[in-house]
Design a protein around this ligand. Structure first.
Ligand code: GTP
Ligand code: SPV
Ligand code: MN
Length: 605
């Protein structure tokens, strides 16, 4: 069983995998609308998907996954480089030969009773020299449909591949073979946790994923290829593959700046990328909401592209108030996973901006009636429920979002969820100071990873902790090396932001969302050299008057948001010194230790 493409190596690989996994049949995906419709029909007929109200949500469906398969699984994610040192202290490592043996055992016969789909896909505009081609083999129709939205799929990719083009092997199975005559019976197929393996072989540029059908575990173009494998490639080739949104901001005078921002999972990238400014005359447009690939142009500036074609966005909290552009993006042709279902077959989730309209079916398939008096009520939508929507449906998508040249990046933001200590915004004094800032990012853990305890703070350097395909110490070094290839005047300015400060009573100190434009305005001005700022021990900070104060924020709150909490910072840096940096041993670049020492000294002065 195989495919008859022009690409002999691909045909041979498909044959080898088909012999191992023993599917009913093999299909080479062409990327057509008919193919997408067929995938959805198979899921609907099999009871895995529910078509939504054609009047309210045309072309859209709802999937509900197995409760054991609702997010990325970091403790089942592996970087199987030849040596443990190459994977580094922050990745799970298994010897690649051993891991492949284990996986081959699991893959043997794992597609029995299913169709094996071969998905040619491009990360980045098809045929551009910045794009990377992957071939995902999967036994999941849900994956095929999602890949249609999230990447560029099909014949046009095969044309670029020709008879001997290079591609990255991405092998995926839900890990649930079917006996003769057996069907899924409407139950989301996956394997138990201890059989899930999200494995990466960076030296051979291969991805082998087994046992999960959800998100980043299964849509292998996204975190596996565009971040874990691409970061290793980028390290070798001198560019950057980052967990960053890309946005274009235009001032009232018509001046454009492009901003990239790295925040950990479920910490506000999609929201910032689509923000509608609350300050008059300013405009923000979206280029990407999750991943940026950045390379130098001939002018010595860093240019970024969004390698994806869609949004796999967090549903809960998305509303007409918080993110109207996302709400418009998901009006049609959208796949919803693990949200609530209304009686008239529309979707609902916590924080959608209105009460549940009557009885719902929750993400677990049970009847659910909103009880606002009961703070303990289990949510109708899983906290990591997601929508998959085409980027071209976003009303504020920037015209250059598919430009293979990318956009020149003026500013890079780092951030995370920090209820205390970290101010609303501060700016690095230099590129390397910015690398120091990125290396110490900390954030409250969110629901985006299944095996972590939400709410506790962990270090998530560059928001790449779960996504760096090699030794994070070498990654820090790589950022410093990238900076050496240009000059400070051409390099992006680096900032650290925190929308998530809370009062002692647990209320947000900063309204966030559209009001984050006030911070973007200062970032813009700093890039122009027109912002008002003061030098502090942690970096440059706006004067209290430099940021327009939003309604509802008192002058006192503003002062708190924009002051340096010396005691808090000393504690922060002590934690970096005692618990974070030692993990990297002699891989930790000396430059970073120097910044730790000098910032600490300045705070003590
Ligand atoms: P991934 O797709 O997991 O990488 O996440 P992301 O960084 O794109 O996160 P997203 O923008 O989807 O935001 C996740 C959650 O943070 C949502 O529940 C938002 O409502 C909330 N959020 C986003 N921006 C803000 C903000 O400015 N303030 C507050 N308080 N919450 C925010
Ligand atoms: C994240 O967890 O950062 C995501 C969602 O963007 S997933 O694609 O599942 O990784
Ligand atoms: Mn992400």
């Amino acid at each position: 069983m195989s495919i008859q493409s022009k690409h002999a190596k691909l045909n041979a690989w498909v044959k080898e995998i088909a012999e191992m996994t023993q599917p009913e049949k093999v299909v080479l995906c062409n990327g057509s609308q008919a193919e997408y419709d067929e995938m959805i029909k198979i899921c609907v007929d099999g009871g895995l998907a529910i078509p939504l109200n054609e009047k309210k949500r045309p072309g859209s469906v709802l999937f509900s996954s197995d409760p054991s398969d609702v997010a990325r699984v970091e403790n089942r994610t592996y970087i199987a480089s030849k040596t443990k040192e190459a994977a580094g202290p922050t990745n799970n490592w298994i010897d690649p030969v051993e891991l492949k043996n284990t996986l081959k055992g699991l893959y043997r016969g794992c597609m029995k009773g299913r169709t094996m789909y071969v998905i040619p896909f491009s990360m980045g505009p098809v045929g551009s020299n910045i794009a990377k081609i992957g071939i995902e083999i999967t036994d999941s129709e849900y994956v095929v449909a999602n890949m249609h939205i999230m990447t560029r799929v099909g014949d046009k990719v095969m044309d670029v591949l020709g008879s001997d083009g290079e591609y990255i092997e991405c092998l995926h199975s839900v890990g649930k073979p079917l006996a003769k005559g057996e069907t899924d019976g409407g139950k989301w197929p996956c394997a138990p946790i201890e059989q899930k393996y999200i494995s990466h072989f960076p030296e051979t540029r291969q991805i082998w994923s087994y046992g999960s059908g959800y998100g980043g575990n299964a849509l292998l173009g996204k975190k596996c290829l565009a971040l874990r494998i691409a970061s290793a490639v980028a390290h070798d080739e001198g560019w950057l593959a980052e967990h960053m949104l890309i946005l274009k901001i235009t001032s009232p005078a018509g001046v454009v700046k492009n901003v990239a921002a790295a925040f950990p999972s479920a910490c506000g990238k999609t929201n910032l990328a689509m923000l509608i400014p609350t300050i008059p005359g300013w405009k923000v447009e979206t280029i990407g909401d999750d991943i940026a690939w950045m390379k130098y142009g001939e002018d010595g500036r860093l240019y970024a592209i969004n390698p994806e074609a869609g949004f796999f966005g967090v549903a809960p909290g998305t509303s007409d108030d918080s993110n109207p552009s996302a709400m418009r993006s998901i009006e049609k042709n959208t796949i919803f996973t693990n949200v609530g279902l209304t009686e008239d077959k529309d979707i609902w989730w916590e924080g959608i901006g209105y009460d549940a309209p009557g009885k719902l079916i929750d993400w677990k398939g049970n009847e659910w009636v909103q009880d606002k008096g009961n703070k303990e009520q289990a949510p109708a939508a899983h906290p990591n429920a997601r929508f998959t929507a085409p980027a071209k449906q976003c009303p504020v998508i920037a015209p250059e979002w598919e430009d293979p040249k990318g956009v020149a990046i003026d500013a890079i933001l780092f951030g995370g969820r920090r209820p205390s200590t970290i101010p609303l915004v501060h700016q690095a004094k230099s590129w390397n100071h910015g690398v120091f800032m990125g290396s110490i990012v900390g954030s409250e853990i969110t629901a985006a990873a299944l095996d972590l305890k939400a709410g506790t703070i962990r270090r998530d350097p560059f928001a790449m902790l779960p996504f760096c395909g090699y030794n994070m110490g070498d990654y820090f070094k790589h950022w410093i090396e990238v900076g050496k290839k240009s000059t400070e005047d051409k390099l992006p300015k680096i900032f650290f932001v925190n929308w998530f400060r809370k009062t002692a009573e647990g209320k947000w100190l900063w309204p966030g969302y559209g009001d984050n434009s006030r911070v973007l305005k200062w970032v813009f001005q700093q890039c122009e050299g027109t912002g008002d700022f003061v030098e502090t021990p942690i970096g440059k900070m706006p004067t209290v008057e430099a940021i327009d104060r939003p309604e509802g924020v008192s002058a006192e709150d503003m002062k708190e948001l924009l002051s340096v909490d010396k005691a808090g910072w000393l504690k922060e840096l002590a934690d970096v010194r005692d618990n974070h940096y030692p993990k990297f041993g002699d891989k930790l670049p000396k430059e970073l230790m120097d910044f730790l020492n000098s910032v600490e000294k300045a705070l003590q002065a």
